[in-house]
Design a protein around this ligand. Structure first.
Ligand SMILES: CC/C=C\C/C=C\C/C=C\C=C\CC(=O)SCCNC(=O)CCNC(=O)[C@H](O)C(C)(C)COP(=O)(O)OP(=O)(O)OC[C@H]1O[C@@H](n2cnc3c(N)ncnc32)[C@H](O)[C@@H]1OP(=O)(O)O
Length: 306
């Protein structure tokens, strides 16, 4: 966690918290000293297998562009890479904001990689689910301003990533859809997916949305507040950067403490139930009936193509 206080930037390793400033300062200084020097990648794009990360030193804004073909599905490898990149940016003194987007012009992210949930051992499932949790904790708990530039469809886990950001801008294209569609696959969105959605669109709309596994067109997503703005596809990055500059005009410490105040109860709920959530996932996903649903869904996806 990093907080700007009286012009001094304090860094700690945790997510957003409401710790007293003194303990934050103590922790921060220690952890900062243990960190590797960040200037090694400042100002240069660093490319990983599944995403590129480019930090602009002048603005303090990093762009994470997901680029895992064909549809940015969130595999264990992808999620691990994402969490490492978020951690690096979080610890970087120069970085104050992140724009999350996709290199695929039609798909933001297809959500969790279904192959990671089908036919796998309980050990693998547990490891995968921990990585899903980590991605969300890093994004939802980030001290940086986070903006999702949703330049394509974004079902399930893709929608969760967008929900975890501070602001959502979607490309104005009637073909793109976004939502938590888990029930359509015969699975259940966990409580922290549900909480993330409630915090954005409210309880009633979330209940309706989750029970029916609704996917919303861009214009309907705007109507229910699932996204904040629609922008022409070719303007989405320029617009995201302009919105970012408005957010960065607010003093970091005031914005960060406010963000923490709003998000801490939701974060804590997962942090205190992390192991049982993993166990629930493993038990649920290992059931024959759930495996059957996933198998049928994977077959349906393949058939749709032919
Ligand atoms: C009591 C509760 C306790 C515990 C909680 C328990 C369980 C919770 C569990 C899980 C929560 C999961 C959240 C998720 O994210 S599940 C994933 C949901 N995602 C989807 O439904 C998206 C499905 N995909 C699509 O709709 C489309 O593919 C598309 C809109 C993203 C893209 O459409 P296109 O027409 O452009 O591309 P396609 O031809 O359809 O696909 C190309 C290629 O990609 C494969 N694919 C697509 N999506 C996924 C995916 N999510 N995972 C893996 N693979 C995917 C698709 O099969 C094609 O493959 P081939 O080229 O045919 O090999």
């Amino acid at each position: 966690m990093a907080v700007l206080l009286n012009g001094l930037r304090l860094v700690s390793s945790g997510n957003l918290s409401l710790h007293g400033i003194k303990s934050l300062q103590y922790k921060s200084t220690r952890i900062l000293c243990q960190l590797p020097c960040k200037s090694s990648y400042q100002g240069r794009p660093f490319s990983n297998k599944n995403m590129t990360v480019e930090l602009d030193n002048n603005t303090g804004v990093a762009v994470i562009q997901m680029k895992k073909p064909p549809v940015n599905s969130l595999s264990l490898e992808f999620l691990t890479e994402f969490a490492i990149n978020m951690e690096k940016l979080e610890m970087d003194r120069e970085c104050r904001g992140v724009v999350l987007t996709s290199s695929n012009p039609k798909i933001f992210s297809a959500g969790l990689d279904i192959n990671e949930m089908y036919g796998k051992t309980p050990e693998h499932s547990g490891e995968f689910w921990r990585a899903v949790q980590e991605m969300w904790l890093k994004l939802y708990g980030s001290n940086m301003v986070t903006i999702a530039a949703i330049n394509g469809s974004s079902p399930a886990g893709g929608c969760l990533m967008a929900l975890a950001c501070d602001y959502r801008i979607m490309a104005d294209n009637p073909k793109y859809a976004i939502g938590l569609n888990e029930t359509k696959l015969g699975i259940v969105a966990p409580f922290w997916f549900k909480d993330s959605m409630i915090n954005v669109i409210g309880r009633r709309a979330t209940e309706h949305s989750l029970q029916l596994g609704l996917m919303y067109s861009a214009s309907n997503a705007l109507k229910i507040g699932l996204v904040d703005q629609l922008v022409a596809q070719d303007k989405i990055m320029t617009h995201a950067l302009s919105v970012m500059s408005e957010w960065l005009a607010i003093p970091d410490h005031a914005r960060q403490i406010t963000k923490s105040m709003m998000r801490k109860p939701t974060l804590d709920r997962l942090l205190t139930n992390r192991e049982s959530d993993i166990q629930n996932f493993v038990n649920f996903i290992s059931k024959d009936s759930i495996q059957k649903s996933l198998q049928l869904y994977l077959e349906m996806l393949k058939q749709r193509k032919s």
